[in-house]
Design a protein around this ligand. Structure first.
Ligand SMILES: [Zn+2]
Length: 165
């Protein structure tokens, strides 16, 4: 389908669709195309107005966009501020993990793992039943709380998910 801008002998402009340019010629010659305003069959193609107006519109739009671009300060690149905090957070997480691992190693280095008997061992040591030594092991929150309340200093040993077995 092709759309033509047509004009009649009285300069009435109108548009009409044709299957192709050959059909336009045939239909006009046979008087099948008439002006919707005055019903004149003396119609012809209008000057290439659509093509001209399209290029003018493009030019006008380009000028308008240029004016907007000149008036607007260059926007900051969007990707950079988003990626940087992620990278920083990642590095910080790595550093924190390294610190916890180091602390964990230092705390367990010279201490005996007494496992789940930690509360009893800690209490016995505190009461002087066993010699003072560095121990570590497991205690529930309630057990640890009870030890602290009894005046036995216990520290929660930081663990990492991949350190647990
Ligand atoms: Zn007309």
């Amino acid at each position: 389908m092709i759309k033509y801008s047509l004009v009649c002998e009285s300069a009435h402009g109108f548009e009409s669709w044709f299957p192709d340019s050959a059909s336009y010629d045939t239909q006009v010659k046979r008087g099948l195309v008439e002006c919707p305003t005055c019903q004149s069959k003396q119609v012809s193609k209008a000057m290439m107005a659509p093509a001209i107006s399209t290029s003018r519109r493009k030019e006008a739009r380009r000028e308008a966009m240029q004016a907007v671009a000149e008036a607007t300060p260059a926007p900051m690149p969007e990707a950079a501020p988003v990626q940087q905090p992620v990278a920083l957070l990642d590095e910080r997480q790595q550093a924190v993990r390294a610190m916890i691992r180091e602390l964990h190693e230092k705390l367990t280095e010279n201490s005996t793992d007494v496992g789940s008997s930690f509360p009893e061992e800690a209490r016995r040591m505190h009461d002087g039943e066993t010699p003072q030594r560095s121990i570590h092991g497991q205690a529930t929150f309630e057990e640890a709380k009870a030890l602290v309340e009894e005046g036995i200093p216990v520290l929660p040993l930081p663990t990492l998910p991949d350190d647990r077995n």
